[in-house]
Design a protein. Structure first.
Length: 117
């Protein structure tokens, strides 16, 4: 069974492999930057927060096996998943006046693992 956030390619029913998320990273970034350039003309800032493995109430609610829950986040440099309190300041910055000159940016909070935004 694949571990969460695995970069392993999984076959589709047609036999074609699924491209890892990092293959799409450049396309997502280009789309996001293009959107931010269009939206800033209307006074709307567009930024991306790309979290890695973060602990939420969804993990123990039946979405993962107990074994996967115990290993969740161990691939990060910290060896653990992030906590919501560690991610919240990014959103607060972007919503505050302090972030009023920020647009077209990707904030990766991955615990040292590879960003996929």
């Amino acid at each position: 069974m694949a571990r969460p956030f695995s970069r392993r390619r999984a076959p589709l029913s047609s036999g074609e492999p699924v491209r890892p998320a990092r293959d799409h990273q450049g396309r997502h970034r280009g789309l996001h930057q293009g959107l931010s350039k269009q939206m800033i003309k209307k006074g709307v800032r567009a930024n991306v927060v790309a979290p890695g493995p973060f602990w939420t109430a969804l993990q123990p609610s039946g979405g993962q096996t107990q074994d996967m829950i115990q290993k969740f986040g161990e691939e990060s440099s910290f060896g653990r998943p992030g906590q919501p309190v560690e991610l919240a300041p990014i959103f607060v910055l972007l919503a505050s006046q302090d972030g009023s000159y920020v647009t077209g940016e990707v904030y990766s909070a991955t615990g040292g693992s590879e960003a996929v935004a």
